[in-house]
Design a binder for this molecule. Structure first.
Ligand code: AOF
Ligand code: ZN
Length: 396
């Protein structure tokens, strides 16, 4: 075989692999935000059709809730046609006995001949072992196909695995005069319907959404996804609420049985004991008792109360990662936004800018298009109705 012939067929194979991996990535996107604590992985089984051309015999994505994994679903659909086929999967197939048996076992048992992967799984139980076991079984393994796109698709999962905290997106809706709302006025419409739909879509693709108790009280928001047909995709809602002030009558608490609500409250002294400080021991006891009652009321309404100091944001994020939350959408208000930025815990800023003015009594945004925190670079700009969305990402 001449070198030229070899080159052209190698290029053809690489192009074909990239083509089917792109399709697997599109499939993976279907369940983004619905598979925590697992990533949403896409898988295609491709075999030669009657005319000798590639035919997709199965497509699958990690199931809602994280299991079954994509590969086992795809192999089930493919049945006998998996024998000798090529499998495209966006993440290294798992090699561990977790809540389901290893996908590599299923791939080997199905007799596939080739496995093409985008991203190596950083999960220490897998991390290269998936590839090694497939190769040991005589299966050809190709890795790193569309790796950049794959890393982007799995960014939240990779962040949680590698850094032990979720990927944080800070969303701000800012008026033309740089305000996020008006003092004492609750929800003020700043952006239009297109931008609001985009926000709800973003919520649906996140594992959790977070606000401070000030916003929760002032706005009385629902923080759900209300796009018709996507209501079931609402993420966990988290309120940072040191003193457990969230009213039991709020819409967040009223809906806690339908959409999970986590209230993060508490203050840790250096000795680790959770108490509220007071010079007066009796007053402290009374406060503690009423706090216990508020806690009991929130829990009776279906909310979960977590005793972590909301001022220690890094600890809050570690706690959330430990609960399987990989993508966090921070929605307000200005104070929480400023705290996350000051702690260096924001990975991405979604800045919506509207043409309307707030004027007198406005609450200034910590970020505007003219005032972007150091270390962030503009990645994308879109027009949504009369509003504009700029997405900034941490340069590193
Ligand atoms: C795959 N295919 O579709 C996904 C994978 O708790 P378990 O048993 O479900 O295992 C969780 C781990 O499985 C997770 O950390 C990641 O390594 C992998 N996710 N693997 O082969 C999939 N979602
Ligand atoms: Zn698996």
């Amino acid at each position: 075989m001449s070198v030229a012939a070899f080159d052209s067929s190698a290029v053809r194979i690489a192009e074909r692999d990239a083509h089917w991996m792109a399709a697997a990535l599109r499939r993976a996107a279907r369940n983004t935000g619905r598979t925590a604590s697992n990533p949403s992985v896409g898988c295609l089984v491709v075999a030669p059709g009657a005319d000798g051309r590639d035919e997709v015999v199965a497509r699958a994505v990690t199931a809602v809730g994280g299991r079954p994994h994509a590969e086992t679903e795809a192999l089930k659909i493919a049945g006998d046609r998996a024998r000798g086929a090529t499998v495209y999967v966006t993440l290294e197939p798992c090699s561990h006995h977790g809540k389901t048996p290893p996908c590599v076992n299923a791939l080997i048992a199905a007799g596939v001949s080739r496995v093409v992967v985008s991203v190596t799984d950083p999960d220490p139980r897998v991390s290269g072992r998936g590839f090694a076991l497939l190769r040991q079984a005589g299966i050809e393994v190709v890795t790193g196909v569309l790796e950049e796109e794959g890393e982007r698709a799995l960014d939240a999962y990779l962040r949680r695995q590698r850094k032990g905290r979720p990927l944080v997106t800070l969303k701000l809706a800012v008026s033309a005069d740089g305000m996020v709302g008006r003092q004492g006025e609750g929800q003020v419409a700043i952006t239009g319907p297109e931008a609001r739909a985009r926000v709800q879509n973003w919520r649906a693709r996140s594992d959790a959404i977070l606000v401070g108790v000030g916003t929760a009280i002032a706005d009385d928001p629902l923080l759900t996804c209300r796009i018709p047909g996507m209501e079931a995709r609402s993420p966990h809602r988290i309120v940072l609420d040191r003193r457990l002030e969230l009213p039991v009558a709020s819409r967040l608490v009223a809906t806690a049985r339908d959409v999970p609500l986590l209230v993060v409250g508490g203050e840790r002294r250096p000795d680790g004991e959770t108490v509220e400080r007071s010079a007066d021991a009796v007053a402290a006891l009374a406060r503690e008792a009423s706090r216990s009652m508020r806690r009991a009321a929130l829990e009776a309404a279906g909310a979960e109360v977590i005793e972590v100091d909301p001022g220690a944001l890094e600890t809050v994020l570690e706690m959330l990662a430990g609960r399987g939350i990989a993508s966090l959408f921070v929605e307000g208000g200005a104070r929480v936004a400023a705290d996350f930025l000051a702690a260096g815990l924001v990975d991405r800023i979604a800045l919506f800018t509207a043409p309307r003015f707030i004027g007198e009594g406005g609450i200034a945004s910590p970020v505007t298009r003219d005032h972007i925190p150091d270390g962030f670079a503009l990645r994308q700009t879109r027009t949504l109705g009369e509003d504009r969305l700029d997405i900034y990402e941490r340069a590193s």
